[in-house]
Design a protein around this ligand. Structure first.
Ligand code: ADP
Ligand code: MG
Length: 645
C-alpha cells in the first residue's frame, strides 16, 4: 500500500514538473502528417484555461492563497504584515506588507507563470533561503480571482496600481502609496464555479486560514502580524521572542508551561519549545515542526518527539511542541509538493536522532529546573485578547458571529480562555445542581455504549422543541441543548476512549454483508481497519476491492452496514486535505458526525435524559469537536432581569 502511494506521487511529479507546453507541442507535431478522413481532435488549451488548471495545484482553497501571499511578504523582508479577510476569504483576501515592493516592470512580470526573482538556475534549488521559488503563486491567483495590487519600492517616487482578472491585465497606472505591497484578491474562483461550490462552510475555510496564519507567523516572531476577519481583529502579534509569539498564538495556558529545547551541531540546529508533560493533550494538539522556517508535517519526526516523551505522558496523550530545524538547504528537498508541506531529508535518520535527543535533553533539564516561567512582555499584556475582561455582551456578539464558529476550540480557548473555562465549570455545577450525583456516576460507567441504550426513569421533565432542542429546567435556570451537536460530542469522546482501551463491543452479523469499493476507497478502508475494529466494526478484506462486514457496533441498523461504511469513507475524504488531524481523528470525527442523532428526530424522555446527562459527563461538553456549541443557558437571574423583577 505504501509502495503504491509512493508510485502515485512520482507519476504526478513527473507530469507537474514537465516544462509547460513541451509535451503538448510534441503531440501535435506527430499528428500533423497524418492523412485522415476523420478530423483531428487535439487542440492547445487557451492560456487562461491552462492557467486555471495549473492554479488548481497551488490554490485549492482560500487558505492556500493566504499562505502564498503571507510567504511572499516574508520573502520581501517585510517587518509588518496585515492579513484582511472577508467572508472566510471567499470575498476578499488581502495582504498588506511594508517589504521591498516591486518596480513597474516587475509587478507585471510577477503574475506570469514561472516568473520568480528567487531562483535563476536549477542549482539554486539547493540553496533556497526563501519561502517561495516556484513562481506559480501569483499567476495562479490571477487565474482564479480578481486581483488588485498596489506596490512601491522605497527608491521610487510613485508606486504602481495593477488590476488583473482571469489572467488578463485590466488596468495599470501610477499610484501614490506607501512602501511595500498590498495584494487584494477578490471573489476567489469567480470564474470556476465548480471549484467555488466545492468550498466548505465559512467556518471550515476560516479555520484553514487561521492555521496558515499561525504557521507563518509562528516562524517569524521578528515580524508584526495581524489578522482581521469581517472587520474584527482576531490576532495582533507584536514583534517579540519566539516564546512570546507562541503564547500569543496558542494561548496563555502555555505561559510557564514551555521548556526550551536546543541542540546545535555542525550539521543542523534544533531549537524551540516543548510543552511540559502535564499539558499533553488528549487530541493531537499543538504540534509544529519547521524546517528552515517552513512549516512541515512529518509523522516521522513527530514520532521522534513522541518517543522522547515516552513514559512521561499517558500513552493516549499527545505532547505539544514548536520545534525549528535549521540546516543546510542542500540537505532537504522541499520540491516534493506544490504547497511544500512535505519535504525529504537527505538523511532522515540523523534528523530523527537529533530531534529525539533535543527533546530528551529538554525534558531532563525540565526535571531539574521545573520553573522556567517568563513574564509576559508588557506589549502583549496590553492586548485586548489577553487582558480585557470578556464581557457578556462581547461573548454573545462573538458566539453568534460566524467568526466564533470559525475557530477551533483551541483558538477560542485562547481568546476567551479564563472566563470561558470558569463558565464551563459553573455550567457543570449548574446542571448537576438539579441532578442526583449517584446517577451521574452510573452514566459514566456506560459511556462505551450508546447514550441511548440505558433505560432510566426520568426524574424531571425534558421538553423537546422543534424536534431539535432539549429544554431542561434545573434549580438554577433553564438549559437548551442541541441534540445533534450534543450527541456528536458524546460520541466523539466515547470513540476517543475506545482508543484508550475501552474497545467498543461488536455485534456480529448473522448474514455478513459484502461491500465493493473503488481501488482508492479500498486502500483507504484497508488502512482504517485496525482503528475501525477498536470502534466496533469487524471488517475483513476479501480480495483487492471487496470487504466483508462481519460485525458492526450495536446501534448500526442491520441491513445498513454497507451504506454506513460508504458514508464514512466519504466523510473521511472530506477531511482528507486537512492535515491538522491524524487519520484516526478524522475517523472519529466522521463517525461521530455520522452516528449522531440528527436534528429533527423526535426523542423520548429517557433518551433526552441520557443525552443531557452524558453530555455533562464529557470532558468538554461545551461544543462539538468541530466547534459548534452544544448548549446554551438562561439563568433564573437572567429571567428575572428580562421581566424587570
Ligand atoms: P515565488 O514566490 O515562487 O517567486 P510568486 O508567484 O509567489 O512566486 O511571486 C512572483 C514574484 O513576485 C516573486 O519572486 C517576487 O519577486 C515578487 N513578489 C511577490 N509578492 C511580493 C511582495 N509582497 N513584495 C515584493 N515582491 C513580491
Ligand atoms: Mg511566492
Amino acid at each position: 500500500m505504501l509502495l503504491m502511494s509512493v508510485a502515485f506521487r512520482s507519476i504526478r511529479l513527473k507530469v507537474t514538473n514537465y516544462p509547460s507546453g513541451v509535451e503538448r507541442r510534441t503531440v501535435i507535431l506527430t499528428l500533423q502528417k497524418e492523412e485522415a478522413d476523420v478530423p483531428d481532435i487535439i487542440q492547445l488549451l487557451p492560456d487562461h484555461i491552462a492557467n486555471q488548471i495549473a492554479a488548481g495545484e497551488v490554490i485549492q482553497r482560500p487558505a492556500s492563497a493566504v499562505k502564498e501571499l503571507l510567504e511572499n511578504a516574508v520573502d520581501a523582508k517585510a517587518t509588518s504584515i496585515q492579513l484582511i479577510i472577508i467572508d472566510a476569504g471567499k470575498q476578499l483576501i488581502q495582504v498588506i506588507d511594508n517589504g521591498s515592493g516591486m518596480s513597474e516592470m516587475d509587478v507585471r512580470m510577477a503574475f506570469e507563470r514561472h516568473a520568480t526573482s528567487k531562483i535563476r538556475a536549477i542549482d539554486d534549488l539547493f540553496r533556497i533561503q526563501t519561502m517561495g521559488f516556484r513562481g506559480e503563486a501569483l499567476a495562479s491567483i490571477a487565474a482564479v480571482a480578481q486581483v488588485e495590487v498596489k506596490t512601491k519600492r522605497a527608491e521610487d517616487a510613485a508606486g504602481t496600481y495593477l488590476e488583473i482578472e482571469n489572467s488578463v491585465v485590466q488596468k495599470q497606472e501610477p499610484v501614490a502609496t506607501s512602501n511595500g505591497t498590498s495584494i487584494a484578491m477578490k471573489n476567489l474562483f469567480f470564474n470556476v464555479p465548480a471549484r467555488r461550490n466545492f468550498l466548505k462552510s465559512n467556518a471550515s475555510e476560516m479555520r484553514h486560514i487561521v492555521d496558515e496564519f499561525i504557521r507563518v507567523s509562528m516562524a517569524h516572531p521578528e515580524i508584526f502580524f495581524s489578522l482581521t476577519s469581517n472587520g474584527q481583529q482576531l490576532y495582533h502579534l507584536e514583534k517579540g521572542t519566539l516564546k512570546q509569539r507562541i503564547v500569543q498564538l496558542l494561548g496563555n495556558q502555555y505561559n510557564s508551561k514551555l521548556v526550551s529545547a536546543e541542540e546545535q551541531t555542525d550539521y543542523m540546529n534544533i531549537y524551540g519549545f516543548i510543552g511540559k508533560p502535564e499539558i499533553a493533550k488528549k487530541t493531537r494538539g499543538d504540534q509544529y515542526f519547521f524546517v528552515n522556517k517552513r512549516f512541515i508535517k512529518s509523522p516521522y519526526l513527530n514520532h521522534a518527539v513522541a518517543n522522547a516523551f515516552q513514559e512521561m505522558i499517558a500513552s493516549d496523550s499527545y505532547p505539544s511542541y514548536v520545534l525549528f530545524i535549521d540546516l543546510d538547504p542542500s540537505q532537504v528537498d522541499i520540491n516534493v509538493h506544490p504547497t511544500k508541506q512535505e519535504i525529504k531529508f537527505e538523511d532522515e535518520k540523523i534528523i530523527y536522532a537529533f530531534v529525539q535527543a533535543a527533546v530528551k535533553h529538554a525534558l531532563a533539564q525540565f526535571s531539574i529546573t521545573p520553573t522556567l516561567d517568563f513574564d509576559l512582555d508588557p506589549s502583549i499584556q496590553q492586548l485586548d485578547a489577553v487582558n480585557k475582561p470578556f464581557t457578556e455582551a462581547q461573548k454573545n456578539a462573538i458566539s453568534s458571529s460566524s467568526i466564533y464558529q470559525a475557530f477551533t476550540q483551541k483558538h477560542a480557548a485562547h481568546k476567551i480562555d479564563p472566563q470561558y473555562k470558569s463558565e464551563l465549570k459553573h455550567w457543570k455545577s449548574f446542571y448537576e445542581a438539579g441532578q442526583p450525583k449517584q446517577e451521574a456516576i452510573e452514566t459514566n460507567e456506560t459511556t462505551t455504549q450508546s447514550a441511548f441504550q440505558k433505560a432510566t426513569i426520568p426524574d424531571q421533565t425534558y421538553t423537546q422543541l422543534f424536534a431539535t432542542y432539549i429544554l431542561v429546567t434545573t434549580e438554577k435556570g433553564i438549559l437548551l441543548v442541541h441534540q445533534q451537536n450534543a450527541h456528536e460530542r458524546i460520541l466523539f469522546e466515547q470513540f476517543q476512549s475506545a482508543f484508550a482501551g475501552k474497545v467498543m463491543p461488536v455485534q456480529k452479523s448473522l448474514f455478513p454483508a459484502t461491500i465493493q469499493l473503488s481501488l482508492q476507497d479500498a486502500l483507504l478502508l484497508d488502512e482504517m481497519l485496525p482503528d475501525l475494529q477498536q470502534l466496533g466494526y469487524l471488517i475483513e478484506p476479501f480480495g483487492k476491492e471487496t470487504f466483508i462486514i462481519q460485525g458492526t457496533p450495536a446501534d448500526v441498523e442491520e441491513g445498513n452496514e454497507s451504506f454506513a461504511i460508504e458514508l464514512l469513507l466519504e466523510q473521511i475524504k472530506h477531511f482528507s486535505n486537512d492535515i491538522k488531524y491524524s487519520k484516526r481523528e478524522k475517523l472519529i470525527r466522521s463517525l461521530a458526525q455520522q452516528r449522531a442523532v440528527k436534528a429533527g428526530k423526535t426523542l423520548g424522555q429517557t433518551e433526552m435524559k441520557q443525552l443531557v446527562e452524558s453530555l455533562f459527563q464529557c470532558e468538554q461538553p461545551n461544543s462539538t469537536a468541530g466547534g459548534y456549541p452544544t448548549y446554551t443557558e438562561l439563568k433564573k437571574e437572567d429571567l428575572q432581569r428580562l421581566f424587570g423583577r
